[in-house]
Design a protein around this ligand. Structure first.
Ligand code: SF4
Ligand code: MG
Length: 388
């Protein structure tokens, strides 16, 4: 399998009155085409900022300050190479080096996103069908003429649906019969019963789970290659959560799209993902296949996360806080050492002297940022059961 995304050295910082916050710090990871890649971590670990960095939804006072986000798209690579060779490497294009117009044109058609809160993706005063039809039309216009796509206006609530609406002039906000039919097809695709009738209903007439499905339909309007799902089921009760995960599974199998799944729930990771990165304090501290991370993990933080879970299924899989303090991400307070050192039962002098490098552990794909991996982990490094 080929990679669809390669993130290299990505840093996203927020410039606040308190100082510079290093929310995402020097991230490296890759996502294979057609897989479900998970990013798991506690809240504040930088996983949503990572997702929004990929979607170009970071706003002031935040900014991506370093790195590349390479996206595998031969056609795009060819067109970008015409006037910006540096942004291209083979079939990969660095999304951080292309123009705002080029980047905007990828929204919805190459990349799409769903959120925890579906209400933010819908305008309460328009029917769900109208809004889906509009999303279909925006995507058609964008793919018909990518260079003319209007520049980004505002995305202040990070809402993809509102973003789509904001790219349209009021005069363009009518829908054709064809788009309406496509909207109904999309509702059907995501398992909404009686889609013809439901298309004429307003968002408030939908239950939470149904609106979540409608948001997924909206995100799929442009047939994206990559769907970024940020805590898509966190607000739902366990039964509905399971149904939405099943739906994402089915849609993934049907369309072959790639999913980047952001979650704090290891049960969701175990159920959905092929590969996973564990985030802590703005860094991916361990990444690999599900087996690497669940069965052969090396990083004490991964161990702590897994140890804090009594039951991997359902709501019980939610992370419990583990002991000790999460380090400050304020640049002037950050120390040049392992971010996990204060909470780590295995911390040693060298962990306090400099931050650990990324090191391969076992398979090339299994990478760990910890001195235990650097000097090849053995049984004596294991953390006693019940420590966390
Ligand atoms: Fe613990 Fe040291 Fe590894 Fe950090 S580098 S997680 S302090 S053993
Ligand atoms: Mg979040």
């Amino acid at each position: 399998t080929e990679d669809i995304i390669r993130v290299e050295g990505l840093s996203t910082r927020f410039f606040t009155e308190q100082g510079q916050v290093n929310a995402v710090d020097d991230l490296d990871f890759r996502i294979e085409r057609g897989e479900v890649f998970g990013i798991v971590g506690e809240s504040g670990s930088g996983k949503s900022v990572t997702a929004r960095s990929l979607m170009d939804l970071i706003e002031s006072p935040g900014r991506i300050t370093d790195g590349q986000i390479w996206f595998n798209d031969a056609e795009l690579a060819e067109s970008v190479a015409e006037d910006n060779e540096e942004a291209v490497d083979g079939d990969f294009v660095d999304l951080l080096s292309i123009t705002e117009q080029q980047r905007t044109a990828l929204r919805g058609t190459s990349f799409s996103m769903i959120f925890q809160d579906p209400e933010s993706s819908f305008n309460p005063s328009l029917t769900v069908g109208e809004q889906l039809a509009e999303a279909v039309e925006v995507q058609q216009r964008a793919s018909a003429n990518p260079r003319s796509t209007k520049a980004k206006t505002q995305t202040s609530d990070y809402s993809f649906g509102n973003y789509l609406l904001s790219t349209m002039l009021p005069s363009q906000r009518f829908v054709t019969e064809e788009s309406r039919e496509r909207a109904i097809e999309l509702l059907e695709l995501v398992g909404i019963p009686d889609p013809v009738e439901r298309a004429d209903e307003y968002p408030h007439e939908y239950s939470g789970g149904m609106l979540q499905r409608a948001m997924i339909a909206q995100a799929l309007a442009g047939e994206p290659d990559v769907l970024v799902a940020d805590e898509p089921t966190t607000a739902l009760d366990v039964t509905i959560q399971a149904q939405i995960l099943d739906l994402l599974d089915e849609l993934q199998a049907e369309t072959g799209m790639t999913i980047l799944l952001i979650t704090h729930n290891l049960g969701v990771v175990a159920r959905m993902c092929d590969r996973v990165g564990v985030m802590y304090a703005g860094e991916i501290v361990e990444r690999g296949t599900l087996e690497d991370v669940f069965d052969d993990h090396v990083h004490p933080y991964t161990k702590g996360l897994l140890g804090s879970i009594p039951d991997l299924e359902g709501a019980a899989g939610r992370l419990q806080p583990i002991g000790g303090n999460v380090p400050s991400l304020l640049d002037h307070e950050m120390e040049d050492r392992c971010h996990f050192a204060d909470r780590c039962p295995k911390a040693m002098d060298q962990c306090l002297e400099h931050p650990p490098e990324y090191a391969a552990s076992g398979s090339d794909d299994h990478t760990v940022r910890c001195v235990l991996a650097e000097r090849s982990y053995d049984e004596s490094d294991a953390i006693p059961a019940g420590y966390f």
